[in-house]
Design a protein around this ligand. Structure first.
Ligand SMILES: [Zn+2]
Length: 573
């Protein structure tokens, strides 16, 4: 597991993402690692399939048949017999929140718990094993596990009576607290709802223990401050976890100055093994004066495998709470139009100017857009930047893209905006069927997640998870991209807009080379080619073979970054 990350300053283009010149390949020296006897899916159109790969130092030196590559084996070469397994380029997650995801795992994380009883058992066990913690802080419960989607304080009081408890749900929009926490925050039946939230109450006004949106702030501000050490530990945990899922690089979708410091320290200390692009958070209560600060932060934030050349612009909310920005109004429960068209966090005129300024400064716009009005705002802003700046290499991309007006689908390719898909969400499940479709109506329902239509019009596609909102396992996400069926309802379930299904090949390409493109890593990673960095992952079965079973059931057995092993399962053999 020894991995060393060369530490140097940022280098000019032509150097590797590690900032060092590649060593001169010597034809004589044998490979350090040979992976052989497998199915190599290279994502290189020049040679799509192979059997074996040889790695010397941090780079791939041969791709070919088992016989061709055997010439690279020397006495000290590690030879891994793939035994018909699948070798892929490492996955790259183009939209993920690793630090907070890792911190969630350090706290009372109930994501893996099944049902109300499972959640309560997890919290009870956590409280028992953390007697010294002043607060029980956790996250990740699922609304469908509780009556009316709102868990009650009495359930928490029964297992955590003496300490305050604070647990946001999986999407972070609702928080479960116990009586002690309500008491400390002074929330009673007489407390009015804040402007940006709602206190769930019994008929007599007594708070039940679920606080929606900003109503949780009164409790949240009492929580013990998370230390830098905890954030670093969260990052380390997240990195190990993501490597174990075959992920070798990612784009962190919200990087505050403090997060950037945590990454910098990891890079300087030499343990940031993943290649990371940091998307620095655009503060929407401020304006264009931020651009110069972001340029400075970009310069300081490029150390080792860390790059900070992206800026996250959050344009709207989510459909389930009617905060996603729509061109036409949401419907009410009876299918009649309402007055609500969602929230625009950044004024579209100002957005055009700021995106033009960021693009001119060489910074990449990374948008969050859910509703069709927000998506159009991102397209218009990129079009304005192109008109003002001409072609640049900032590679703007837009994450989520839940509802795209059909007129806007071809514009992705026209303006050069990369579609950054979270494919796990493109299926029938509770949030889609009960909280989204009724309020969009039949026509707009069919405008959701049009991945195949985007590809057909020549758009570039990248993929990411949005972990810890949902699983970071790319194989599960790819399964949904291919089937449009939730892994939770395999067999019998109806696919969601089946004409938008992608092939396995297209999905893998989006999760490797497609995401490498938005990370500006495609020259050196994203496919398995001679001369590229050996960022690789071994899957326990050939997903392209008949009878491989559900894609999401496959497991990762080995992950390398720059030729160094960062994850290995004993089952690799
Ligand atoms: Zn996100």
């Amino acid at each position: 597991m020894a991995t060393t990350v060369p530490r140097t300053g940022s280098g000019p283009s032509g150097q590797s993402p590690d900032g060092i010149l590649a060593p001169m390949p010597s034809a004589e020296r044998p490979a350090d690692l040979v992976l052989t006897g497998g199915h190599v899916h290279t994502v290189d159109p020049g040679r799509p399939r192979a059997e074996a790969v040889a790695v010397r130092g941090e780079r791939v030196v041969a791709v070919g048949s088992t016989t061709e590559v055997s010439g690279h084996i020397g006495p000290r070469t590690r030879v891994v017999d793939l035994r018909d397994r699948l070798l892929l380029p490492g996955f790259q997650d183009a939209h993920v929140h690793p630090i907070s995801g890792g911190v969630d795992r350090l706290q009372c994380d109930v994501r893996e718990a099944r049902g109300r009883d499972g959640v309560l058992a997890t919290i009870r066990a956590y409280a028992a094993s953390h007697p010294g913690e002043e607060w029980i802080v956790g996250s990740g419960w699922y609304m469908a596990d509780f009556e009316h989607g709102t868990p009650r304080r009495e359930d928490l009081d029964a297992i955590v009576p003496d300490r305050p408890a604070f647990l946001p749900n999986r999407d972070g929009h609702s928080t479960w607290v116990n009586s002690k926490a309500l008491e400390l925050a002074g929330i009673t039946r007489d407390t009015p709802d804040p402007a940006d939230g709602r206190i769930e109450r019994d008929p007599d006004g007594t708070p039940t223990g679920t606080l929606h949106e900003g109503a949780a702030d009164a409790v949240e501000r009492l929580l013990p401050r998370i230390t830098d050490d905890t954030l670093s530990e969260g990052l380390r945990l997240a990195q190990d976890y993501l490597h174990s899922l075959g992920i070798t690089a990612w784009q962190d979708a919200i990087v505050t100055p403090r997060d950037q410091l945590i990454y910098r320290r990891a890079a300087e200390a030499g343990w940031l093994t993943a290649r990371v692009e940091a998307a620095m958070w655009w503060q929407r209560d401020r304006g264009g004066e931020q651009v110069n600060e972001l340029i400075a932060r970009s310069r300081d934030g490029s150390v080792g495998r860390l790059r900070s050349n992206s800026v996250k612009l959050m344009l709207d909310g989510v459909l389930e709470t009617f905060t996603g920005a729509m061109l036409d109004p949401y419907l009410d429960a009876n299918g009649r139009p309402t007055e609500r068209r969602g929230i625009t966090f950044i004024d579209p005129d100002e957005l055009r100017g700021w995106v033009t300024a960021l693009d001119a400064a060489g910074l990449q716009p990374h948008f969050h857009a859910i509703g069709d009005r927000a998506v159009r705002g991102a397209l218009d802003a990129v079009a304005a930047a192109r008109a003002a700046n001409g072609p640049t290499d900032t590679r703007p991309h837009v994450a989520h893209i839940q509802v795209i007006h059909p007129d806007d689908v071809p514009r992705f390719a026209e303006v050069g905006l990369v579609a950054n898909a979270q494919p796990l969400w493109a299926c029938h499940e509770g949030q889609m069927d009960d909280l989204t479709i009724p309020f969009l109506g039949p026509e707009r329902t069919t405008w959701q997640y049009p991945f195949k239509s985007l590809l057909n019009t020549g758009a570039r596609l990248a993929m990411g998870s949005d972990w810890s909102v949902s699983t970071p396992n790319p194989l599960v996400e790819i399964e949904v991209a291919v089937t449009r069926i939730s892994p939770g309802s395999r067999g019998g379930a109806e696919p969601f807009l089946p004409s938008e299904r992608l092939t396995l090949d297209e999905s893998i390409r989006a999760f490797t080379l497609g995401s490498a493109y938005v990370n500006h890593l495609d020259d050196d990673t994203g496919s398995i080619e001679v001369g590229k960095l050996a960022d690789l992952t071994v899957i326990d079965r050939d997903l392209f073979a008949m009878g491989a079973g559900p894609i999401g059931d496959a497991r990762v057995l080995l992950t390398t970054v720059g030729g160094a092993v960062v994850f290995e399962d004993p089952a690799l053999g």
